[in-house]
Design a protein around this ligand. Structure first.
Ligand SMILES: NC(=O)c1ccc[n+]([C@@H]2O[C@H](COP(=O)([O-])OP(=O)(O)OC[C@H]3O[C@@H](n4cnc5c(N)ncnc54)[C@H](OP(=O)(O)O)[C@@H]3O)[C@@H](O)[C@H]2O)c1
Length: 320
């Protein structure tokens, strides 16, 4: 048996309950991971609320009960049939089975989970499990947006909205690392954090409207979205790239009239890209922001922290 957080009915943070459940068994191509830390991501609280924030036409099916959590860092304790790349004792991290959700997903809020061997990479040696667990979904989203979705070029002027959050703080670093000029938008308390991560200009959206302060960016990477998404479009040059990370209202007519190209996507598990992120971390080229750390049994408190918003980096559960 093992301890795991289970959700039996959707609702507030209080529906996250610590229970004893059977330890999972790795199937063919999978490994069993002793989870040392698991990070929170927005899909965890969307799922906890029954995806009430997702438009009904694309709302995922979510059988109850389930264990949330897609980001893990831990130690391999057993391997399933056909696994040759991992063995017991290996320290690994990864985004597990995403974009699948519920019990079909990563089940990371637990002492053990199984993971397809190809979703994992060796944990970066220079950081502990809590820090490593903070990387997978947000780091892969940033990596896939910068390299695969946008194909960002050195010298581009890039505006990152929601720059201090999980995705944003990795985007600003990856963009700066490849030679882009990065302007970060966040609330004022994140200014020093973001300047230390390589942001060339900082805009505090609580004092200045970014669309008044910034002009002629080649690319707008918006991790905030929502009904006000279009308000940042004046900062983008005609013919530029709009890259929404979340759903937003971006006024399609304005995009068409100004020749703005829209490039968005859905993050997916990828062990090879996790290895690339580990290399950047170990080389000191990518830093990991940890907002707060809670023990597994305090998952409800961790979700309460997430509900308060204004996250700087990531919220992580430590699994004893
Ligand atoms: N497309 C994909 O595959 C994909 C993958 C991962 C995440 N996402 C989505 O991307 C979004 C961001 O995820 P995340 O993990 O980075 O979330 P997060 O860690 O909660 O970060 C959001 C950040 O936005 C900032 N913010 C809030 N309101 C703002 C505003 N009006 N203007 C500027 N910044 C604002 C917050 O801090 P301050 O307000 O203090 O600055 C916070 O740092 C979520 O909606 C998530 O579902 C999509």
């Amino acid at each position: 048996m093992m301890k795991a957080i289970r959700v039996h009915e959707t609702g507030g943070p209080e529906v996250l309950r610590l229970e004893e459940v059977p330890r999972p068994v790795p199937g063919p191509g999978e490994v069993l991971v002793r989870v040392r830390a698991a990070a929170l991501n927005p899909p965890d609280w969307y799922a906890r609320r029954g995806f009430a924030d997702i438009p009904p036409s694309i709302r995922p099916e979510l059988p109850l009960p389930f264990t949330p959590g897609s980001d893990v860092s831990g130690v391999v304790t057993a391997v399933g049939a056909g696994v040759t790349e991992w063995r017991a004792g290996d320290e690994v991290y990864g985004l597990v089975r995403f974009p699948r959700v519920g019990d079909e997903g990563g089940r990371g809020y637990a002492e053990y989970t199984t993971a397809p061997a190809g979703h994992l990479a060796r944990k970066p040696a220079s950081v502990d499990h809590v820090t490593a667990a903070a990387v997978p979904m947000a780091g892969l989203t940033a990596y896939q947006y910068v390299h695969d979705v946008i194909g960002l070029r050195p010298g581009s002027r890039v505006l990152v909205n929601g720059a201090a959050g999980g995705v944003g703080h990795f985007v600003v670093q990856l963009a700066a690392d490849l030679g882009a000029y990065v302007i970060g938008v966040a609330s004022g308390r994140h200014e020093t954090f973001l300047k230390d991560l390589g942001v060339a200009e900082f805009v505090d959206y609580t004092r200045v409207r970014p669309q008044d302060a910034v002009r002629d960016v080649d690319c707008l990477i918006d991790t905030v979205g929502g009904p006000g998404g279009h308000t940042l479009l004046p900062a983008l040059k005609d013919g530029g790239t709009l890259s929404p990370v979340f759903f937003g209202d971006y006024h399609d007519e304005e995009l068409a009239r100004r020749g703005i190209v829209r490039r968005g996507g859905q993050v997916h598990s990828d062990g090879t890209q996790m290895a690339a992120l580990a290399e950047l971390i170990d080389a000191g080229r990518l830093r990991v922001g940890v907002d707060s750390v809670f023990p597994l049994e305090e998952a409800p408190k961790a979700h309460e922290r997430a509900e308060r918003g204004h996250i700087q980096g990531k919220i992580v559960l430590r699994v004893a």
